[in-house]
Design a protein around this ligand. Structure first.
Ligand code: NDP
Length: 297
């Protein structure tokens, strides 16, 4: 069997087009643009790239982008004061503080300071709790993007066996909650799991969010399973001095067995920012008390 490639890049483009159309409607109704504020502290090169892409795509979707670039020496009080100011700003619908923060700043404290209804990353404990009990709130962008890809591919997920490898707060745990909400039978595997290949082999759906290059092998996959590879790992390339990106799944061997699989790059990666923009737009509609069928996007 040769698996079908799940094209996250194309899906993300479609999602951004829907967001752009609804952002235009929002602007007409609210007489202002929906707004997303991004806070970057320090000069981490990878974070710089993410923030630049987020800003560019926010504007391309017809939303306002407010970028706050602060020096690495920013104090706790200064950062919390900025978050508080953004919480009160009615032109800011969503707030994202780019992680990781410099070591002297407490990420949990900063996330806790964001108003839950502007927490478009879905990292605030209030939003984690809402997801756990099935109340509407903001869901972390990467796992929500994965569920969108799965539903697009498989339709109704109910009754399917899903294995999520990884239990981080930003990917693994919310992923498991979302699959449970779709009535999958969910197993969460992690570094202490015994006989991971046997656990993975039971699954109709495998989501790998581990951060270990090409760890999940084709021999582990049940024939016909759908494989979502969240991993982004930079490894040495074929030519000296060059690097390339690989996922947490060994793509070549898994493609021989799976029914469908996301490539890296071009799978889950492009979904994250598209879902962030979707969340920011949903926040804008809610903040203005305007109707939006959030299931439509
Ligand atoms: P974390 O490092 O926070 O979590 C990794 C998880 O994998 C942990 O739960 C850990 O288990 C588990 N794990 C580690 N080693 C093994 C092993 N040998 N067997 C089984 N489980 C193991 O990573 P994140 O969740 O933040 O990210 C995971 C991957 O997804 C990374 O490659 C990251 O770059 C990528 N990513 C991609 C995004 C995108 O936009 N596409 C967004 C976010 C992340 P334990 O808890 O026991 O330590």
């Amino acid at each position: 069997m040769t698996a079908q490639r799940i094209d996250g890049k194309a899906f993300a483009e479609g999602l951004r087009a829907k967001v752009a159309a609804l952002a235009a409607t929002f602007e007409r109704q609210a007489a202002r643009k929906a707004g997303l504020a991004v806070v970057l502290v320090g000069e981490d090169p990878a974070s710089e790239v993410y923030v630049r892409n987020k800003g560019r795509q926010t504007v391309a979707c017809g939303m306002a982008s407010f970028e706050h670039r602060l020096p690495a020496t920013t104090t706790r009080a200064e950062l919390l004061a900025l978050v508080e100011k953004l919480n009160r700003d009615r032109f800011v619908d969503g707030i994202l503080v780019q992680l990781p923060l410099p070591a002297h700043l407490d990420e949990l404290e900063v996330i806790a300071a964001i108003a839950p209804d502007k927490d478009v990353d879905g990292f605030h404990v209030i939003n984690a709790g809402r997801l756990a009990v099935g109340q509407p709130g903001f869901v972390p962008c990467t796992p929500l993007g994965c569920v969108m890809l799965l539903k697009d591919r498989l339709g109704d997920l109910s009754g399917l066996d899903a294995v999520v490898i990884g239990r981080s707060n930003i990917v693994g745990k919310p992923m498991a909650q979302l699959l449970l909400a779709e009535s999958c039978t969910v197993t969460v595997a992690h570094s202490r799991t015994r006989d991971l290949p046997a656990v993975v082999r039971r699954a109709d759906i495998v989501v790998a969010a581990v951060g270990r290059p090409e760890m999940v092998r084709g021999e582990w996959i049940r024939p016909g399973a759908t494989v979502i590879d969240v991993g982004i790992n930079r490894v040495p390339g074929a030519e000296p001095g060059k690097t390339r990106l690989v996922g947490d799944v060994h793509f070549a061997s898994a493609s021989e067995v799976a029914g469908a699989i996301t490539p890296v790059p071009g799978g889950v990666g492009p979904m994250t920012i598209a879902v962030l923009l979707r969340n920011a737009l949903v926040a804008a509609y809610r903040n203005e008390g305007l109707e939006l069928d959030s299931a439509a996007i």
